[in-house]
Design a protein around this ligand. Sequence first.
Ligand code: RB5
Length: 147
Amino acid sequence: MAEIIPIGADHAGFELKERLVAELKTLGFTPNDVGTHSTASTDYPDYAHVVADQVSRGQARRGVLLCGTGLGMAYAANRHHGVRAAVAWEPEIARLARLHNDANILVLPARFVTEPEGIEILKTWLATPFEGGRHERRVEKIEVENI
Ligand code: RB5
C-alpha cells in the first residue's frame, strides 16, 4: 500500500503545495492534503498542528508543511512530541536534516524557493535515510525527558 504523507500549507504556501501534492502522486505516494485550498488568508498553526499530530501519534511516518518563510510552521509543528520539523531551503539542507536529524517533517519556505527547487528539496528529503550511529544519541537528547 502506498505511504500516506500528510501535507499542509497556509495561503503563502498554497501554490507550491498544489505542485508538491501532484509530485507526491507521481512518485507513488498518497498525499493527505489537509489544506489550505485557496490563496485566501489563513493561519499557519491550523495546518501545522494537523500534520504534526498525525506524525506525533504515528498515524503517518512523515509529513510536509509550507508557509512563507517556513518558520511559523516549524515553530508550531515542533511543539508536538516526537516531531522534528526542519526548514529546508536547498536540497543539501534537506539531505542533512534526514542524515543527521532524522527530520520527520519537511518545512518549505514557499516565498524563498522556486517550484523546481521545492520539488528537488522534496525528492531529496524523501529519498535520504537517517544515518543513525552518533546521530541517534543526539536525536534522542532532543526530547527534554531524555536529557
Ligand atoms: C503569512 O503572511 C506568513 O506570515 C506565513 O506564511 C509564514 O511565513 C509565517 O511564518
